[in-house]
Design a protein around this ligand. Structure first.
Ligand code: GLU
Length: 511
């Protein structure tokens, strides 16, 4: 590659449904590569296959990238000087290029009906033929520019009957291709078929549109999923057929994302079947429709955690570091650290990443995040105390939405007492000890963590009370179970009166 060539990469999804997390990772690697190399990241919509078009999918893709912070520099919804960036709006452009290939003999017309194509496949199967595809051998027994007189074919086409244009794949050429991740890839062209490039409805197929657009949009590197590796020889041949070899992009085919057990590709169909989302946002986005598949956003992931997790599925920084800001990812990213082998998706690790981002939020940020889950109690204490409550429990959370479970006792007195905890900790002598504690609390000059630290442990040791049972019994009184953050923090926050009230309440209920 010419070293001075500007780096321009593109994410080119087809709007055939919601974007799968593998697709988001492809977009992310493109983005990181572009930013690392002071280049541009483009978003192009490849919607030439109208039979697979799904309404809403394009908006979903744009919104997903936006949520992830993978913002295109150019393309659909942004603009740029290579537009339009939606392939169905570029039909006129492809016409010219397909004509060029027909002209120079790199492509030809074929008019076989679907039935004739089925019959071909069946015949080849029955004959146990070495080649099962429409290629340099089998094309000779089909209906196309090689087998039908030109006038007849011209008449067929001008009368508006259906046809396709196929690539004229030459026989027996040894192609030596280079992939940035896989290195050298060798293919003999005799193993390749004459792919359809264009249809008489005026629509190009993926292959033609993709190459023409990558060329016209001055794409320098094609970074995409491994499933496109088999298309690379045809794509290289197309560059050659157009005479664009000098400006051909470099290719990088990313490893597959695998199911957690490593058995096969993580697919869109896995939906929530495996217990975790495979889509960035819920699908469909239209909230008036029932949810079909859950999304990372709605599950409560921070977008920064989500992309950090995705970045490490198939790439490693070569160090032990796991937590990266987006800017750190940009700086650390390099294609030579992208692995060839598939990356197993680990749902537990995904949650771990979210936890790591959650604990890095300041208490004030966390309070803001948590407010929708505080059941209207967000102003029960002053702001600083509310922040402190959030800070006290953040280590226990994977997602902010889990917070109520950890903080409810700051706002509401327990109405029940965990039977197991009571059976284990509440001894015949406990009521007397709790009554003594009420007195101690009443006598404390100030009621805060420090004063409790100076009083309560000493009281317990001097009377030789069982410390585990005593502390847990206090907890049972205040929380309802033997759980929660540091006891003195709970007591200070709910306050002296409420502490005493809860102990009395427990004494009257627990028998
Ligand atoms: N439209 C293709 C897809 O849906 C893009 C493949 C490519 O990047 O060349 O993945």
């Amino acid at each position: 590659m010419n070293e001075t060539k500007e780096v321009r990469v593109r994410f080119a999804p087809s709007p055939t449904g919601p974007l799968h997390i593998g697709g988001v990772r492809t977009a992310l690697y493109n983005y990181l590569f572009a930013k690392k190399n002071n280049g541009k990241f483009l978003l192009r919509i490849e919607d030439t296959d109208r039979t697979r078009f799904v309404p809403g999918a394009q908006d979903y893709i744009i919104e997903s990238l936006h949520w992830c912070g993978i913002i295109p520099d150019e393309g659909v919804s942004v603009g740029g000087d290579c537009g339009p960036y939606i392939q169905s709006e570029r039909k006129e452009i492809y016409k010219k290029y397909v004509a060029q290939l027909l002209e120079n003999g790199c492509a030809y017309y074929a008019i076989d009906t679907p039935e004739e194509l089925d019959a071909m496949r069946k015949r080849l199967q029955d004959e146990k033929s070495a080649s099962m595809q429409y290629d340099y051998i089998n094309r000779m027994s089909m209906r196309n520019s090689f087998t039908i007189p030109k006038e007849e074919l011209d008449e067929w086409i001008s009368s508006g009957k259906p046809y396709v244009v196929r690539f004229n794949m030459p026989a027996n050429e040894e192609l030596v291709l280079h992939d940035m991740i896989r290195g050298e890839v060798r293919v003999n062209t005799s193993t390749l078929d004459d792919k359809v490039l264009y249809k008489s409805d005026g629509m190009p197929t993926y292959h033609l549109a993709n190459i023409v657009d990558d060329h016209l949009m001055r794409i320098s590197h094609v970074i995409r999923g491994e499933e496109w590796l088999p298309s690379m020889p045809l794509h290289v041949m197309l560059y050659r057929a157009f005479g664009w070899e000098d400006s051909m992009p470099q290719f990088a085919h990313l490893p597959l994302l695998l199911k957690p057990d490593g058995n096969g590709k993580l697919s869109k169909r896995d939906g929530d079947r495996l217990g975790f989302p495979v889509f960035p946002l819920r699908w469909p986005q239209d909230m008036s429709q029932p949810e079909i598949a859950s999304g990372y956003r709605e599950t409560g992931y921070y977008p920064e955690a989500f992309i950090n997790m995705l970045a490490l599925l198939g790439w490693n920084p070569g160090t032990e570091q796991e937590i990266f800001t987006k800017q750190e990812l940009v700086e650390a990213f390099s294609m030579d650290r992208v692995s060839k082998s598939g990356a197993k998706f680990n749902p537990e690790k995904a949650k771990w990443f979210n936890h790591e981002y959650l604990i890095r939020r300041t208490d004030a940020e966390l309070l803001k995040d948590a407010t929708p889950y505080l059941h209207g109690y967000e102003n029960m204490y002053d702001g600083l105390t509310m922040e402190r409550i959030c800070g006290l429990v953040k280590e226990r959370l994977h997602f902010v939405k889990e917070i109520w479970e950890q903080v409810h006792f700051f706002f509401e007195a327990p109405t029940q007492y965990d039977e197991k905890a009571v059976a284990k900790r509440w001894k015949p002598e406990t009521p007397a000890i709790m009554n003594e504690l009420i007195n101690i609390i009443g006598e404390m000059e100030v009621f805060n963590v420090e004063s409790m630290e100076n009083t309560i442990p000493e009281w317990i040791t001097s009377h030789q009370y069982h410390s585990g049972n005593t502390y847990n019994s206090i907890r049972i009184c205040l929380v309802g179970e033997a759980k929660g953050p540091h006891l003195y923090d709970i007591m200070e926050i709910i306050g002296r009166d409420e502490t005493v009230k809860r102990i009395r309440q427990a004494l009257s209920v627990i028998k």
